[in-house]
Design a protein around this ligand. Structure first.
Ligand SMILES: [Zn+2]
Ligand SMILES: [Zn+2]
Length: 286
């Protein structure tokens, strides 16, 4: 399997849509879940996640464990403390994936969820080249040194500071998409899950990022990680999805599961989502 999977290498034309012809439109289930974690980052052990994928009726599951290649001190310290060292451990995980493939009734992809920062582009490209994953997901989790998923750093910020941080988040996400380093961009409006940052996203942010997707090989995911949790929505939210669809951008499905029980439940949520708008998720592999 090659890493570079060009779904549509040319800029998308605006008439392209993910709406199916009527004859195929009913009940297209999600067959490939491209965003599942194992204990090579913050998920559960691989045999449990594989069994969950089989039980959910998936045809393929992609293990995309967290990875960060920045040499900056605070990030090096964090990755050692949390144990997210996939840039070192991917050969071991690959052995595990290969032996699981011999027993599993589901196809298994060897993938990565890689933190993106424009300063790290060379190191990211070097790792992707060396590791030759089946595909790569890019994520903006941190802006200006803070993780946008935690509330604490933002509690004492003024409205103006929060607005600027959210601006920076979307600029960075547009950079990620334009970098062409990744097959998939994860949870494209991640800041919306954090109550302190919610509501600062604007139609201009949506348009800027959607324009970047239109001109890139990188595909956004519909991420089900917070549908049943405090946020209660997919990423991206419905108005953002509409802006992306207007530009002919389509989506892959990603459950962002960390526990076995999440795989099947979130597949159901993703199935309902795609069936509800008579759309078919993009598959990176046939
Ligand atoms: Zn993520
Ligand atoms: Zn994830």
């Amino acid at each position: 399997m090659s890493r570079r999977v060009d779904i549509d290498p040319s800029p998308r034309d605006a008439t392209q849509t993910d709406t199916l012809p009527e004859s195929e439109a009913v009940g297209v289930p999600v067959a490939h879940d491209y965003h599942v974690h194992t204990n090579y980052s913050d998920g559960e052990v691989m045999p449990s996640m594989v069994a969950a994928a089989e039980e959910a009726g998936l045809r393929a599951v992609g293990f995309a464990d967290h990875c960060n290649v920045a040499a900056r001190d605070e990030l090096l310290r964090a990755k050692r403390e949390f144990g997210f060292n996939l840039d070192q451990t991917y050969p071991l995980r690959r052995e595990a994936i290969e032996s699981m493939r011999e027993q599993a009734d589901v196809r298994i992809f060897d993938a990565v969820e890689l933190d993106y920062d424009p300063r790290d582009e060379e190191d990211i490209a070097a790792l992707l080249d060396e590791a030759d994953f089946d595909y790569a997901i890019g994520s903006v989790h941190r802006v200006d040194g803070v993780n946008v998923q935690s509330s604490r750093p933002f509690a004492d910020m003024s409205e103006r500071e929060r607005r600027e941080l959210v601006d920076d988040y979307y600029e960075r996400l547009a950079d990620l998409v334009a970098s062409e380093l990744f097959d998939i961009a994860a949870h494209p409006d991640l800041v919306e899950r954090t109550p302190e940052l919610r509501g600062y996203t604007t139609p201009d942010h949506h348009a800027m990022v959607a324009d970047a997707f239109r001109n890139s090989r990188t595909v956004p995911e519909i991420n089900a990680g917070r549908v049943r949790r405090n946020y209660g929505e997919f990423h991206p939210a419905s108005d953002f999805r509409a802006t992306l669809r207007e530009r002919g951008v389509r989506f892959v499905a990603g459950s962002d599961s960390h526990e076995p029980a999440e795989v099947k439940r979130r597949k159901g949520e993703l199935d309902d989502h795609f069936a509800g708008r008579e759309a078919k998720p993009v598959r990176l592999f046939d």
